[in-house]
Structures are given as C-alpha cells and as structure tokens.
Design a protein around this ligand. Structure first.
Ligand code: UD1
Ligand code: CA
Length: 456
C-alpha cells in the first residue's frame, strides 16, 4: 500500500472569531475543532500526522499531545506557506499526503477515505475535495475547463463576478502526491488580493505542468463548513449535535428531542437509556444502560451505572452506581462517589463525599467531605458542618446509622455503626456504635400558661 501522510493547518489566529481563544481550539460539541480533525485523520491509518502551529502553538500542542507531530509557522503568510513548514519532516517521502484545515471539523473520516481512494485510483498528482454551496461567499471557487476538467481554484476575493457565480467550492481538503506537492509549493506566489501564498494555487501550477489534477465532490455541504466566525460555529455545533444524537439513537438510546439535547462528542451512553429534553452530557461522561436522565439535567465528566435515574439535577466529576436515584433538583459536586441503590433527593447538595450502597438523603440536606457507609438514612434537613472557617474536616457515618431530621454533624466527627442521632441534635462528639445521641434542650411544658397569659 502507498504510504500516507497528513498535514493539518492550524497556525492562524482566527481574527474573524473576535476571541482571545485561538480559533482551532474553540470547541464544537465539547471538543476543540482541531481535535475532531485529528480524531478523523487517525482513523485513516496515516503513517505520520503533522500539525502546523503558529498562533497559540503551545496551547494547540498541549491540547493534541502526542496524537501529532508539529511544525512551527512563525509568520502566517498563507496556507501554502503553512504546508511548506512541514518540508523538513515530510519533504523527501514517497506517498500520498492529505491536507486538512484545522477549522473544518465536520469532514468525516469516511469522506477523507473516499477522497484518498479516488486520488490514488485516477493517479492524480493533486485532488481537491469540493462541495456545492447555495451561498459560496468566502470560499475558493473551482474553475473547470470545457471538458469538466479542473483547471484551478480562485479565492473569493480574487474572483471575477463570473467566477463568483460558481457554486462549486474548495472545502480546504486536498490529496497530493507528496513529492509533487513540495516541489510545486516552491512556485506559489503571493501576488493576489490578500498578499498570501495560497495552497490551492498548487492545483493550477501542477495542471500547467501537464500533471493530472482531479476533484472529488461530496454531496453533503454541511460536512465541509469552514468555521471562520461564531455564526458558522453555531451552525457547525448544530450539525455535529444532530450527528452525535443520531449515532446514539442508532445504538439504542431514546432521545425525546434531539434538537435540544446536548451530548459531547466523547460521551458514551448504554442502550435503553432515555434522555429527556434539555439534557446536557459533557466531557468524557459514561452513562450505563437503562438509565433515565430527566429534563434539564447537566452531567459533566461523570460515570453513571445501569438503571440509574437522574432528574433535573447537576452531576459534576462524580461516580454514581446502579439503580440509584438522584433529584429532582440535587447537586452532586466533584469527587463524589454514590454507590448502588442510593437515593439523593430534592434540594440535596453532596460535595466530595462517598455513599455506600443503599444510603439515603432524600430531602433538603448538605453532605460535604463525608464518608457515608451503607444503608445510612439522613433525615430531612441534615447538615454536615464540614468547614470551621479555616479548614474542611471529614465526617464519618458508619453503616446503618440513622440521622434524625434537622441535625448538624460538626466535623471532624464519627457516628458509629447503627447509631441514632435524635432529631434536632447538634453532634460535636463521636457517637459510639449502637448508641443514641441527643443533643438538644429538653422540652418543658408549662400547663395552662396560654390562658393565664390571655387573662392579664
Ligand atoms: C481556505 C481556502 C479556500 C477554501 C476554505 C475552506 C486558501 C487560500 N483558501 O480559505 O479556498 O474554500 O479554506 O474552508 O487556502 N492557516 C495557517 N497558516 C496560514 C494561514 C492559514 O495555518 O498562514 C490555517 C488556519 O489556521 C486555518 C486554515 O489554515 O485552520 C485555513 O485558513 P483560513 O484563513 O481559514 O482560510 P479561508 O479563508 O477559510
Ligand atoms: Ca477557513
């Protein structure tokens, strides 16, 4: 098989985004757009991947890590100049090179594969991936000869009115014979409207030398969206959102309204799980099978076991077991670990706490920095007082303890196995296993007090 290489262009600032964040790092469905591009390229089995970095080089390299090699473009003189920066890494190699822009995250790896196969089959020196746009404004236009052969690309700003009417556009993805590419790049000039070295000029150069230049057209224009500003960013987000939702639905997930359900590109969801409207699943979240995620829940970087129900709640960087119930209106904060058949009900906040199997805090509680055993019951209004104004302390509540309503457990404190805490108590000392702790004023009834008061 022919060796294959990939070059990703990601050195631009992205002026039109009007952002402090470098363009290719703007997320689409939770993943930086250039991350999508690299993921898609990785599926092609390329021998080497080189990303051209410039603006925000360190940040881009940090984001992509070892998934790519890097070449630095210190000055952004155009896309041809960008590709040239990879010459010292790839210039001498035999094979096919695919070039993809870091701002076109929607081009599927299957489309890239089709492009490469077409290129190799027809034996072209260069093949451009094109699409047909209803509104081609801003894109390069493909100029074809009388027999339909590709002559060259002309950039929007350099195009005549007649050329601007062409609907076939350059998607910014190309395949080249690697050696022919680097040879032709030396001939690219910058005498154009933008004073830049344009990569697509390579097509015209090779064509004039008598080489075969080809085009492969995709049917789906939405795949080729180049994100230059935030309006297109939101369009790309929508396309990707529906694509991700469709993938999960085909895998057996019910999504009541995919239009307003937000699932990150990296999330995994088991079959027969139901997502109600307004759900947001962010980061590398894993949700098991047969779960019910109720309206407007936000689940970020978390692992949820099979058969669990989460209703109108927020779960952040936490782990939740099987057949557990969370919400409505619960807040599970980072580093929490709830076991199986746990119940965390309405208006309960859990922070950095562990609940073993079968424990319950059903209503109006704050549980912070606590190690909770199994089958513990927190009555309504329990507060774990974890903060003394300077430091946070741990509270331990052992298996089967029963905490009465409206109790305060002042950390650090331990409630032993099976112990009871009477309602309304403020616990400041450890409670031994099997004991009852009462820590509240004893009730006194003054007989006839009220009528006496009224007589005076
Ligand atoms: C480019 C194409 C255009 C095509 C469109 C598709 C050129 C000259 N034009 O235009 O024909 O229709 O993509 O989306 O190639 N970059 C660098 N270094 C540079 C300049 C750009 O790395 O010196 C990177 C950018 O970070 C970006 C990509 O190359 O990821 C494309 O550059 P951009 O300025 O967005 O090109 P377009 O004007 O969109
Ligand atoms: Ca672009």
């Amino acid at each position: 098989m022919t060796n294959r290489y990939a070059i990703v262009l990601a050195a631009g600032q992205g002026t039109r985004m009007k952002s402090d964040l470098y363009k290719v790092l703007h997320p689409v469905c939770g993943k930086p757009m250039v991350g999508h591009v690299i993921d898609n390229i990785q599926q092609l089995g390329a021998n080497r991947i080189v990303t051209i970095v410039g603006h925000g080089a360190e940040k881009v390299e940090e984001t992509l890590g070892s998934a790519s090699e890097y070449a630095l473009q210190t000055e952004q003189l155009g896309t041809a100049h960008a590709v040239q920066q990879a010459e010292h890494l790839l210039g001498d190699l035999e094979g096919t090179t695919i070039v993809v822009c870091g701002d076109t995250p929607l081009i599927r790896s299957t489309t890239m594969k089709e492009l490469i196969e077409h290129h190799e089959q027809v034996g072209a020196k260069a093949t451009i991936l094109t699409a047909f746009a209803d509104d081609p404004t801003g894109y390069g236009r493909i100029i074809r000869g009388a027999a339909g052969e590709v002559l060259r690309n002309v950039e929007h700003k350099d195009a005549t009115t007649e050329e601007q009417a062409v609907k076939e556009i350059n998607t910014g993805t190309y395949c080249f014979d690697n050696k022919a590419l680097f040879k032709a790049l030396k001939k690219v000039r910058n005498d154009n409207a933008q004073g830049e070295y344009y990569l697509p000029d390579v097509l015209g150069i090779l064509r004039e030398e008598g080489a075969l230049v080809s085009a492969y057209a995709t049917e789906d224009f939405s795949e080729t969206l180049g994100i230059n500003d935030r309006v297109v960013l939101s369009q790309a987000e929508q396309v990707m959102r529906l694509r991700i939702a469709e993938m999960h639905m085909r895998n057996g997930v019910t999504i009541i309204n995919p239009e307003n359900t937000y699932i990150s590109a990296d999330a995994e969801i088991g079959r027969d799980t139901i997502l109600q409207p307004g759900v947001m699943i962010e980061g590398k979240t894993i949700i098991g099978a047969g779960c019910e995620i109720g309206p407007n829940s936000q689940i970020t970087e978390s692992i949820i076991g099979n058969g669990t129900k989460i209703h109108s709640s927020v779960v952040l960087e936490s782990k939740i077991g099987e057949n557990t119930s969370v919400g409505p209106f619960a807040h599970i904060r980072p580093e929490s670990d709830l076991g199986n058949e746990v119940r965390v009900g309405n208006f309960v906040e859990v922070k950095k706490s562990t609940f073993k199997d079968g424990s319950k805090a059903a209503h109006l509680s704050y549980i912070g920095d606590a190690l909770v055993g199994s089958k513990v019951n927190f009555g309504c209004g329990t507060i774990v007082v974890n903060y003394d104004g300077k430091k946070k302390h741990v509270t331990t509540i052992e298996d089967e303890a029963f905490i009465g309503c409206n109790s305060n457990l002042v950390a650090p404190v331990t409630v032993g196995k099976g112990a009871y805490v009477a309602a309304g108590s403020t616990v400041t000392k450890d409670v031994p296993a099997d004991a009852l702790a009462i820590s509240r004023a004893r009730q006194e009834n003054k007989e006839g007090y009220v009528s006496k008061l009224k007589l005076n």
